[in-house]
Write a protein that binds this ligand. Sequence first.
Ligand code: 26Q
Length: 808
Amino acid sequence: MNVTAAAATPTDPLADRILDALIHRIGKDRDAARPHDWLAATILTIRDEIIDRWMESTKAAHAAGAKRVYYLSLEFLIGRLLRDALSNLGHNDAVRDALATLGVDLAEIEEIEPDAALGNGGLGRLAACFMESLASLELPAYGYGIRYVNGMFRQRIDDGWQMELPETWLAHGNPWEFERRESAYFVGFGGEVVAHDNGQVHWSPVEAVEAVAVDTPVVGWRGKRVNTLRLWTAKAFDPIKLDKFNEGDFQGALSGQMRAETLTRVLYPNDSTPAGQELRLRQEYFFSSASIQDIVRRHVQYFGDIATLPDKAAIQLNDTHPAVSVAELMRLLTDHHDMAFDAAWDLTRRTFGYTNHTLLPEALESWPLPLFERLLPRHMQIVYAINAKLLREARANADVDDRAIAAISLIEEGGERRVRMANLAFAGSHSVNGVAALHTALMKQTVFADLHRMYPDRINNKTNGITPRRWLQQCNPALTALIREAIGDGFCDDAEKLPALAAHADDAAFRERFAAVKRSNKVALAAYIKDSMGLRLDPDALFDVQIKRIHEYKRQLLNIVETVALYDQIRSHPERDWTPRVKLFAGKAASSYHNAKLIIKLANDVARRINADPSVGDLLKIAFIPNYNVSLAEKIIPAADLSEQISTAGMEASGTGNMKFALNGALTIGTLDGANIEIKDRVGDDHIFIFGMTADEVAAKRADGYRPRDVIDASPELAQALAAIASGVFSPDDPKRYEGLVAGLYDHDWFMVAADFDAFAGAQRAVDARWQDRAVWTRSTIHNVANVGWFSSDRTIRDYAREIWGVM
Ligand code: 26Q
């Protein structure tokens, strides 16, 4: 970084501390320091204050004998931490000024911090928002997860195709984390179980790894509380076999270490479809076992008596990924704490809560029984014992027939027998929640219908939320400043203060300033896209954005096909008053998901052709922005005019991107799915574009025998767009590339792209019309910002705290 004239001898004490950290902790002097050195020095400097608050928080919870919340998740998609920490501590300006006296630009070093991308998508980001809200609400809580060495893969687009590259967030070290060598646990796999005459059961694993805790502080809003995110890393007990080393067998000497460390090496990049591989089950058990051991150890150390665990610990399972924790706690209670089975079961159920995030049948985790038994023989016995108890209880009810028993069982019979993790999590929890109202209702009607009849009070709804600190205050400082000027400062403490903004929606001067903020965010995004992709965009066009994991149920294909239809229309009717649009896409596809990868290629092929066509000019531009992640979302969302939330109704459990866009002044075009329904209820029908079939209509159409061919034949616009795609108009180098994809729409169209096409196209034309009257449009966007405060993760966490955890 340049040492400029402004960088004279610092007099700012904060600047002195940063410089001191640079010299004494990084070991670089000011002239030799590179941006990464300044980043590390800055983090280390503010970290000192965080540590003080962290220790205070831990001591206070201990002194109060407080009940703690444990959030168990295989994913925490936290993104960057420096800006989050600075802004939650209120130190942004001070650190910016201090760095400036050193000739360093804070924004520039913030931008080189790697994302902690320890998650796939919504579920992982929800865990991160929850951690921030827990600290902000001053609730003592721990997040437990895995410290993957390689997080979510980096995506490169090569000739329109997705390429996956390893992600290496730890390459420059991680100044946020603290390894706790003293908090280490034995985690065993395989081996044998021996039952002794006295009833004692002994499991002797054949293999074991050490789980070592690595802690990251989580700073709440205004620094009120600092909680711990505890991520486990796997180590070999015996890092090197010296005998082998001395024999010259270097590979053999290190093989144990390799095998152990493989466990926490990489995040499974699947969302929605379980990987089903042994390593994944090993990861799940490794992290569950270490976390449950740690929770039990802490409880016994603080409170002495294991029997009070449910009064002092609430453990929340983020989907079924940590569900083996139920069996692990049972094992510790019965085998290590000599508790009787029924007492242990009662205690276990009072301790756990389970959150479901999907109804897709293919996404429900289950493990082949032989694999489960080989890896976890003791847990297999416990699962059988739980199942026996569960099924006996079910049978006691007269109207439970064989079909219901089969549905309730923890073991899926018929064909290959499998352990059903969702049933285990359900049975082992006192609360089972969905993540939006519709999703919760569908849980009761579909996957959990029989378990719900048996335990009618167990399923409850907790509609998702997002933290307004990261998703408004940090990512959109200009809008934050404008809102603050209008309604004062309290909306970051309580997002439900935002409704006061509605009073300004009819003030033309305010609307103009609101629109100017949006425009400046669009200019900034356009500059990013120009720099990174070489594509020039008009910031006065409507920015229409769909960014999320690529999945057929999310229907990026519907959006692309409609874009092709629009392209046709613009060319056929150039005389009409078209609304200039920029269509933005971003998202990753699971590496094994063929159609999802093909959809990415299609978006890029369509973009290349249309962007180069002078007959549409600036009326239509398309960009697929590579490597979607949290940091990219923070750039794109503040610049969006239109938010695409167009999943097949009944398939998106909640969605949380929908909330982020609305909070940043985009209007939603969406189906009646997930939390879209609740967003519509809050912002009002006039300020959202709803289209398409309802979940009930989708189910009915599927049951009636849906014939997509008839629908396509009846829609000339759709038929022409599909014909163009299938015939190679967008893929002249390989004209048959999309034949199969289009044929799939003709013969089954499971996700109902054809059935919703005309309604979607109609809704898009209603968007165009609304955009023509910018005052009306802006008024609607203000109503969105004003009315989505309820979707703050503070509200969600309060609901969990009161209704599930009993900590408020
Ligand atoms: C499971 C087993 C093996 C490998 C991977 C997986 C796996 C990993 C991630 C399965 C599913 C996921 C992620 C699911 C997810 O992100 N679901 C989303 O959760 C959000 C938060 O509740 C909702 O808003 C979204 O609707 C839902 O799709």
